[in-house]
Design a protein around this ligand. Sequence first.
Ligand SMILES: N[C@@H](CCC(=O)N[C@@H](CS)C(=O)NCC(=O)O)C(=O)O
Length: 206
Amino acid sequence: MALAHKGITPEYVACRFGDKGRMAFAGYERYPLLVDGDRSIGDSWAIACYLEDAYPDRPSLFGGATGRAAARFINTWADRELQPALLPMIVKDIYDHLDPADQPYFRQSREQRFGMTLEAMAAKRDERKPALARVLDLLRAQLDGQPYLSGTAPAYVDYIAFGAFQLARSISPYRLVEPGDALYDWRKRLLDLHGGLGRSTNAYPE
Ligand SMILES: N[C@@H](CCC(=O)N[C@@H](CS)C(=O)NCC(=O)O)C(=O)O
């Protein structure tokens, strides 16, 4: 979404967990990785900052230095609150959609990280709903009186949150938002953006 915002159409290289050796040249072991000419940049936030600085004449992702600082706070919040509230609820669904060759690594690493089996995490989904609801409520409050988290027009803060929704939507039948919810309408707006880019991936029904 950040690349599309900047008017850049990348060549996508789909990689499995087991393909991480292909990123060794970049000295980075997580997805996503952006390669632009002889530059390689790992980590979504670093990628967003790179795009903003390398392509200053294209539409801005942050709306200036103050906006960048505020977006950084939201990015940290998403990493520390939104993702941890959401991921345990859908981690078994991620596993179910992986290439079988990646499943043993994913199971081992995620069960170690969360301290329980994937099945136990799936069984606790309903228990975790209130914590996720509190987090989603913060996003909902931000949409009071404005169509986008970034205000009147979409920008990087929207893409931070949209990424979490998009992950969930692409691998889990679990519905995070229902029609009638401001977050549902916001997600629809994000799915319509950039020529419907968000709809170009496989996903469960909205
Ligand atoms: N803060 C980073 C997080 C990157 C990240 O953790 N990516 C995961 C995606 S599942 C990954 O590549 N994990 C590799 C692994 O677990 O081996 C970002 O937003 O880019």
